[in-house]
Design a protein around this ligand. Structure first.
Ligand code: PGA
Length: 255
C-alpha cells in the first residue's frame, strides 16, 4: 500500500453537558487558542447549542468544524424528536457521530440502524463519524475484532466501501469511555490496524485514506502516545473536551 498522509482529526464530543453560556464560553476559549491548529478540529455540542458554537467559531475566525452527536435515519417528516441531516447541515455541521456506544446501549440502536443513519448523513452532505467498539466482556472473551468488524461490516454492506472516502471511523472501546481506563497504545493500534485491513479487503486506496480515530479516556497526559500510533489518525474526546485547556493541549499533541 502506498504511504499516504492522513490529516489528523480531533473531535470534542461534549455529550449532554453544559448550558448555552457554557457552550459559548468553552467554544470561544477553544477557538481563541486554536487559530492555527495542526489537526482538523471539530466541536460536537448538544443540538440546542450548535448555532451558538458556530457563532463563536465564526467570531474568532478559527478553522474549527462543527459536528452533531446523532442524526435521524429519515430525511424529513413525522418523526417527533428527530433531527435530520439537512437540518444539521443548515446549522453549519460538517460532521455527525453515528452509532456512539451510548446510543447503542441507551437507545438499543442496532448496527443496521447505524448504517441507515450513516447513509442519511452522507445524503445530507455530512461526514459521518461511525463509532465502533467492544465491551469489556467481549474483550475478555477474545471477541474484540469480531465485534468491531461486524459493526463496521454492517455499514460497509449498506453503503459500500466508496462511502468511506467521505467518512471517519472512531474506535471507542466501551470499557474505556468515561472510565479513566484507556486502551494501551498497542491495544488500540491493533484494532485500528484490523479496521483498516477490513476496509483494505474492499479497497486498498480507501483503506490508506480513511481516518480511524481513537476515543476512550484520552487526556492531555496520554494523548501523545496514543495519537502517535501508525493507524491512529486522531481522537474523539469526551470528558477532556469540556475544558478548553485540556482539549487544546490534546489538539497540540498531534502533528
Ligand atoms: P471520554 O469519552 O473521552 O470521556 O472517555 C469519549 C467518547 O465517548 O466519545
Amino acid at each position: 500500500m502506498e504511504p499516504v498522509t492522513r490529516h489528523p482529526l480531533i473531535a470534542g464530543n461534549w455529550k449532554m453537558h453544559g448550558s448555552q453560556a457554557f457552550a459559548e464560553s468553552l467554544s470561544g476559549a477553544i477557538a481563541q487558542s486554536l487559530k492555527k491548529p495542526r489537526a482538523e478540529i471539530a466541536l460536537i455540542p448538544p443540538f440546542p447549542y450548535l448555532t451558538a458554537v458556530a457563532a463563536a467559531i465564526r467570531a474568532h475566525q478559527a478553522p474549527i468544524d462543527l459536528g452533531a452527536q446523532d442524526v435521524s435515519a429519515h430525511a424529513e417528516g413525522a418523526h417527533t424528536g428527530e433531527v435530520s441531516g439537512a437540518m444539521l447541515s443548515d446549522c453549519g455541521c460538517r460532521f455527525v457521530l453515528v452509532g456512539h456506544s451510548e446510543r447503542r446501549q441507551d437507545h438499543g440502536e442496532t448496527s443496521a440502524q447505524v448504517a441507515q443513519k450513516f447513509l442519511a448523513a452522507q445524503q445530507a452532505g455530512l461526514i459521518p463519524i461511525v463509532c465502533v467498539g467492544e465491551t469489556l466482556a467481549e474483550r475478555d472473551a477474545g471477541q474484540t475484532d469480531k465485534v468491531v468488524l461486524s459493526q463496521l461490516e454492517a455499514v460497509l454492506e449498506v453503503a459500500g466501501v466508496e462511502a468511506f472516502e467521505h467518512a471517519v471511523v472512531a474506535y471507542e472501546p466501551v470499557w474505556a469511555i468515561g472510565t479513566g481506563k484507556t486502551a494501551t497504545p498497542a491495544q488500540a493500534q491493533a484494532v485500528h490496524a484490523s479496521i483498516r485491513a477490513r476496509i483494505g479487503a474492499n479497497s486498498d486506496t480507501i483503506a490508506g485514506q480513511v481516518r480511524v480515530i481513537y476515543g476512550g479516556s484520552v487526556k492531555p497526559d496520554n494523548a501523545l502516545e496514543i495519537l502517535s500510533c501508525d493507524d491512529i489518525d486522531g481522537g474523539l474526546i469526551g470528558g477532556a473536551s469540556l475544558s478548553a485547556e485540556s482539549f487544546v493541549e490534546i489538539c497540540q499533541a498531534v502533528g
